[in-house]
Design a protein around this ligand. Structure first.
Ligand code: TIU
Length: 221
């Protein structure tokens, strides 16, 4: 079985029971002028994940292993967006407002979709989620159970928001999670650092942390 040098110790996984999850690599979060930037954020902090993630996805795909992409967003009528989420944060542009890439975080809009570099291919699953976590109000649990997946390699943005929420949800559901430091990004460098420490602390309270080249070598051995 592949084994990866990780914190707090080696992460060993069965290729038949492991999925790569790519969280919210959407134009609205990553492109200048999008929703993320309207919240006052520096998108370059997220964009450094694109290159390592593209290499990891290519390697994972070449082994025929499952990839699950997620997108955070809402129906055009906003019926799945609680007022607390809509009204909070005072961004210059709110969810559903017209933005540089269509209505912000609305399903079907250009900005809601995944960046060109990391577009899903073939039968890769795309989970549309209204919350930060990928399990809440989605069929992710059923999809994983049906395919016998018990371990997740977790990537995407942002580290302390949608990645953390998903890892915490997965942890409570019994999944082993390996988070890849170079393939997750936060708008805030200090949150990136502490967010990763919080996962692996206390003997791996939520999971493991490693770097993507270690996973690429492990699956190619
Ligand atoms: N704002 C922020 O850091 N993140 C989000 O709103 N969503 C995700 O993390 N995907």
């Amino acid at each position: 079985m592949p084994s990866v040098d990780a914190k707090p110790g080696n992460f060993t996984f069965d290729l038949d029971k492991t999925a790569l999850i790519v969280i919210d690599m959407q134009r609205d979060f990553l492109m200048p002028g999008g929703f993320g930037e309207s919240l006052g954020n520096d998108v370059s902090q997220l964009r450094r994940t694109i290159e390592p993630l593209a290499a990891l996805i290519a390697a994972w795909r070449s082994q025929g292993l499952p990839i699950i992409h997620t997108r955070e967003g809402h129906k055009p009528d906003l019926s799945d967006c609680p007022p607390a989420k809509l009204n909070r944060g005072a961004p210059s542009q709110r969810i559903g407002d017209p933005g540089a890439f269509g209505r912000i975080l609305i399903q079907g809009e250009y900005g809601h979709d995944i960046i060109d570099e990391l577009q899903p291919v073939g039968d890769e699953v795309v989970i549309d989620k209204p919350g930060k976590g990928a399990f809440y109000a989605t069929d992710l649990s059923e999809i994983l159970e049906k395919s016998g997946v018990t371990s997740l390699i977790v990537t995407g943005v942002t580290t302390e928001v949608c990645v953390h929420t998903t890892v915490r949800e997965a942890n409570d559901r019994g999944y082993e999670c390996l988070v890849l430091a170079d393939c997750v990004g936060s708008y805030f460098p200090e949150f990136q650092q502490v967010g990763l420490q919080m996962i692996a602390a206390q003997g791996g309270i939520f999971g493991w942390v490693a770097e993507s080249p270690a996973v690429i070598s492990a699956i190619q051995e």
